[in-house]
Design a protein around this ligand. Sequence first.
Ligand code: ACO
Length: 398
Amino acid sequence: MSEPRRSAHVTGWGRYAPTQVLSNADLERLVDTSDEWIVTRTGIRERRVAAAHETTASMAAVAGRRAIAVAGIDPNEIDLILVATLTPDYWMPSTAALVKEAIGNTRAAAMDVAAACSGFVYAFATAQAYVTSGLARHVLVIGAELLTRFLDYSDRGTCILFGDGAGAVVVSGSDEPGGALGIELTTEPQGAYMIWLPAGGAKSPPSAETIARGEHYIRMEGKETYRFATRTLASTALASIERAGLQPADIDLFIPHQANIRIIEAVAKGLGLPMDRMYVNLDRYGNTSAASVPIALAEAVNEGRVKVGDRIVIVAFGAGFTSGAVAIEWTADPARGIAGDAAVAPEDITVRLPVDWDSVDPIPEALAELMRRPGRVDVPLDDVVPDEPAPIAEEVRA
Ligand code: ACO
């Protein structure tokens, strides 16, 4: 008789969003656009912008520590740390290595995963392989992005879409049934230059010339990307559902990559399901690339949209072109999420800097100038979300 295969369960989840809000009205003052155009064509109303002292690693570490708190384990019980990102702090070391130190883990292996907006789903699938094979007991899977430092604030086709943030889960091995049931990952390299960041790599190392040409910013063929997404997302989700032995109607909630409301509507249509099966929070965060699915997952669970025994599907697409989906039977107590979020404050996390390092201001000048202007709309839509602790009143503080 063969040994029963271990299953991979989500036991912890967490998210972190920077506090600064950039609204569509703010962007109207920077490029030739309008709130009406952005909302109609994308569904996005506002996005978050990391402060100068924040980095991808620092946001990843806050989300990661929150997920570990929800899982109720010690950071040192994590065997592997995976950080999915297209905006790492450095080319090397990996952002995962920095996160390992910041969360107080001394024994995990750590590496980054590069699959653009599909990165979190790819990393989740990698975690599933590690825990079901017995190579790891607990894997910390993080999606984290600081995209606002890689945008051309004169290109209205891209600068309105993206925002910053991080989300994380702990994937744990167990002999109990449930957890990740079916996985599908795809890569279509004919789309390689549809979303790309031309300079900075070995093909085109950074130079005064590449900077002058603006090749250090994200470039995108919006229409081609849109076509790929609407063609692929539903079929990728369907493949993961079929691998799990299920039908689309069996899925209680989809957590799709939060790129564009019209893309999510096309997925619902493609699967023959109503929009209330699709979780949407892109109005508040924009597209946070690899962070979008884990932020949405953590919010959906904390808002009570996911119950024990529910079947959910995480599904994403991104540069590459890549896409991925995992069908999951949820087994963790959703009530654990809110306490976990409150347990870790951003100030508790420090990412060590090199000695004698004199960093330049990381925020692009056009964005920094806009954020300094008086009259900015800076009231987040989710200033009262269920998992956010109530602000401490001044008199109580004093
Ligand atoms: N404000 C006002 N007008 C605009 C803006 C803007 N921000 N951006 C473009 N326009 C104009 C265009 O110039 C065009 O004008 P024209 O007709 O005079 O030429 C018109 O609006 C229509 O432009 P389209 O590009 O056809 O608009 P579309 O409906 O395709 O929407 C969008 C553009 C939102 C980018 C859409 O194509 C999209 O969402 N694509 C997918 C993008 C995506 O998801 N990328 C993330 C990939 S994930 C990753 O790995 C990073």
